[in-house]
Design a protein around this ligand. Structure first.
Ligand code: SF4
Length: 72
């Protein structure tokens, strides 16, 4: 699983940092969201999904990993 953020949509609420502080942080200068990492560990997925659901700016996207290509 991977996470991405759209800083243009972020309104600096800090909800994501509350729900998944190991993944999200807020910029010291403008309080907009920044990612600490983009690839998620399994234990982080629920917290990041909740952060995405609760984000007032709808700025967080969680995506499944691409399936491995078999070459067939
Ligand atoms: S919850 Fe959404 S709007 Fe709030 S700081 Fe995080 S990304 Fe920005």
């Amino acid at each position: 699983m991977q996470v991405s953020v759209d800083r243009d949509r972020c309104c600096s609420s800090g909800m994501c940092v509350t729900n998944a502080p190991e993944v999200f942080e807020q910029d010291d200068r403008d309080a907009l969201v920044r990612l600490r990492q983009t690839d998620l560990l399994p234990a982080q997925v629920d917290g990041v999904r909740l952060a995405a659901e609760l984000c007032p700016g709808r700025a967080i996207t969680v995506t499944e990993d691409e399936p491995a290509r078999t070459g067939a």
